[in-house]
Ligand binder design. Structure first.
Ligand code: PXG
Length: 285
């Protein structure tokens, strides 16, 4: 039996969960989405994900055809219907069906899709040994073109950078903004540790305001680490004692190599491990 998928106003069988070829989500990447975790049957940080979804939609002038409370309920119903205890939700709102041509006003109503499934995780060795990454040549989207804060259905900027990593047999790439400052990884936020302090780029550097990022900053400050949102250069990565990435899929993962240069001891560092443990404990609490 396949999954039960939420499509607009009801659950349907996976085999019936189909969208039109005239959906502008497909034709133009016109839409927004969220990737959300489920831990122990509970949807993690649902309110924060909802807030981000609605603000992304607002930024592209897409009206979500359900209010936040109804949509949140529908997310929970989809998780329950598929009996997901530990998993992953993909919540998508497309511009909907319209005519050929960019004009979003031809789309009568946004389309809502909710998928709740098991999650594909990085292998455990990667958390123990750390990730090797490269600096992408592909610059992060310029904020005057499309704000990197919008979690839109158009991920080509990140996908092209991801391909640069894959070409070099790496899983992730660090993306820089138009001024040369670190923005983020292709699907994760970046943290750097030096001299016992934790640094992360400000959102204005071209990062998505990651929900994992926010949780980790809160947990770190609660544990009396100093966390500074500051522009970081490639030099700051090379000079770091520790680097880690945060994201819904990856959670907290150490980075041990950037552009072939060893970071710190070449193993995930003590602060990275501490925050990783604290995140796990919080997520499953
Ligand atoms: N930056 C970008 C560009 C992202 O897409 C993050 C940072 C981290 O944000 P959160 O809120 O997740 O801490 C993301 C999130 C996937 C996948 O399938 C990607 C994300 C989330 C879930 C799944 O690759 N990106």
């Amino acid at each position: 039996m396949g999954l039960k998928i939420w499509l607009n106003d009801k659950l349907v069988e996976e085999s019936e969960a189909k969208v039109s070829v005239f959906d502008h989500g497909l034709l133009y990447g016109d839409g927004v989405f969220e990737g959300i975790r489920v831990y122990g049957g509970r949807v993690f940080e649902l309110k924060a994900h909802m807030d981000r979804l609605y603000v992304s939609a607002k930024a592209i002038r897409l009206e979500i055809p359900q209010d936040m409370e109804t949509l949140s309920d529908n997310v929970c119903k989809t998780v329950a219907a598929n009996n997901i205890k530990d998993g992953y939700i993909r919540l998508i709102v497309t511009r909907g069906i319209g005519s050929l041509g960019l004009n979003p006003l031809t789309c009568k109503q946004g389309q809502i899709i909710i998928i709740a499934d098991k999650i594909q995780l990085y292998p455990p060795e990667l958390y123990e040994n750390g990730l090797r990454v490269i600096s992408a040549n592909t610059m992060r989207n310029h904020p005057l073109a499309i704000s990197p804060q919008i979690k839109s259905l158009n991920y080509l900027n990140n996908i092209i950078a991801k391909l640069e990593a894959l070409d070099r047999n790496m899983l992730e790439a660090i993306m820089y903004n138009h001024m040369g400052y670190v923005a983020e990884a292709t699907g994760d936020n970046v943290f750097v540790i030096r001299g016992g302090k934790i640094y992360t780029p400000p959102i204005s550097a071209g990062s998505l305001e990651g929900i994992t990022r926010d949780v980790v900053i809160r947990l770190a400050r609660k544990s009396h680490y100093e966390v500074l949102e500051q522009n970081l250069t490639r030099y700051d990565l090379y000079a770091a004692n520790e680097i880690f990435l945060t994201g819904t899929a990856a959670e907290v993962i150490g980075v041990v190599e950037v552009d072939g240069r060893k970071i710190g001891t070449g193993r995930p560092g003590t602060i990275t491990r501490d925050l990783w443990q604290k995140f796990e404990a919080y997520a499953r609490s």
